[in-house]
Design a protein around this ligand. Structure first.
Ligand SMILES: Cc1cc2nc3c(=O)[nH]c(=O)nc-3n(C[C@H](O)[C@H](O)[C@H](O)COP(=O)(O)O)c2cc1C
Length: 327
């Protein structure tokens, strides 16, 4: 018994599970482990660093992995795209910004184009750019995103695709941490899921152990969509995007006080505190992006177990669940 969807068929994978291209967290080891486990792993190019990318593609060895860029940031160093395309990635994902300027090169290289979207306007933009796969990301998600919830965004995008572009696949993201989330996403009309936070609490992610400790200790009430983590780093995101992070002491102190935090002397002081703690892996004095699914994550586990359990639990629920409920 296994889950077969249009996503497993299109990508030639065993389970309809893609790991998210989380900047500085999703390196080659994580991506390769997800692929090895039967999903598809994506390396997170983040804000773009050619040396880091080179190293992480190396760390993936000869496993088939893809890569994801923050689109508005890629626009500032577009040459990074050629570097990644020269490695024949299994897929290229663009998130947060207009995909059109890059879509042509990706598609000309014969690489599947994945566009992550947060609104219906983004869906139309992604389709116009020729997206092969759309990732509908709900607000529960860890890291950057917007306001629509997964539970309504996914079926609305599914309806739209059925009419406007039936060959475009749909993947759900935001709040998927176990087989229940995967099964629910498939029922909402998705062909698979993209999982970030749950993979961040894996042995193969580049997550500092101190962050993983904070993740395990937190429950689902302990995250917030905030700008504080960007403001302290001096990173200006396009309007409408915030980052969901754990409510560490730093975030509790600065959430909603961006004007004060951006004041140069305050920013310099807090930036020093932030990076010192970040590099030491001390969660309390820095920012740890993570989603609401944190309340479902109780242990750091190897990727092969996370992927296998998620797939098996979804299979079991979809096979046996109906018989328990439909009479
Ligand atoms: C630590 C972290 C970093 C992330 N960085 C990126 C990124 O660089 N690019 C991107 O497209 N998405 C990024 N995301 C968002 C993911 O692509 C994805 O939408 C999200 O993780 C899905 O929700 P989940 O966290 O509930 O699984 C990040 C998520 C996390 C948790």
């Amino acid at each position: 018994m296994s889950l077969r969807t249009r996503l497993t068929e299109r990508l030639g994978i065993e389970h309809p599970i893609i790991s998210a291209p989380m900047g500085s967290i999703a390196g080659g080891r994580l991506a390769a482990a997800v692929t090895q486990a039967g999903g598809l792993g994506l390396i997170g190019a983040g804000y773009g660093d050619a040396t880091w990318l080179e190293r992480e593609f190396g760390a993936a060895g000869n496993r088939r992995v893809g890569c994801g860029f923050i689109t508005w940031s890629l626009a500032r160093s577009p040459e990074l795209l050629d570097g990644v395309l020269s490695r024949s990635p299994a897929a290229l994902m663009l998130s947060f910004g207009a995909p059109a300027p890059f879509a042509g090169r990706i598609k000309a290289a014969g690489v599947p184009l994945i566009c992550q979207v947060q609104t219906m306007a983004h869906v139309r933009e992604a389709l116009a750019a020729g997206a092969d796969i759309i990732v509908a990301q709900g607000s529960e998600a860890g890291g950057h995103g917007a306001l629509r919830a997964t539970f309504t965004l996914v079926p609305e995008v599914a309806d739209h695709l059925r009419k406007a572009s039936p060959d475009t696949l749909l993947v759900a993201a935001g709040g998927v941490g176990d087989g229940r989330g995967l099964a629910a996403a498939l029922m909402l009309g998705a062909d698979g899921v993209l999982v970030g936070s749950r993979m961040m609490a894996s042995e193969e992610a580049l997550t500092p152990p101190g962050f993983q400790k904070a993740i395990i200790a937190a429950d689902g009430d302990s995250t917030v969509r905030t700008k504080a983590v960007d403001t302290v780093r001096g990173i200006t995101w396009p309007d409408g995007f915030t980052g969901r992070a754990i409510t560490t002491d730093f975030v509790k102190e600065w959430h909603g006080r961006d004007a004060e935090l951006a004041e140069p002397s305050v920013q310099a002081r807090e930036q020093e505190r932030f990076w010192k703690a970040f590099h030491a892996g001390e969660a309390d004095h820095t920012g740890v992006f993570f989603g609401e699914v944190v309340g479902l994550v109780h242990a750091v586990r190897p990727v092969d177990e996370i992927v296998r359990d998620m797939a098996q639990e979804a299979e079991r629920l979809l096979r046996d669940g109906a018989g328990k409920i439909v009479h």
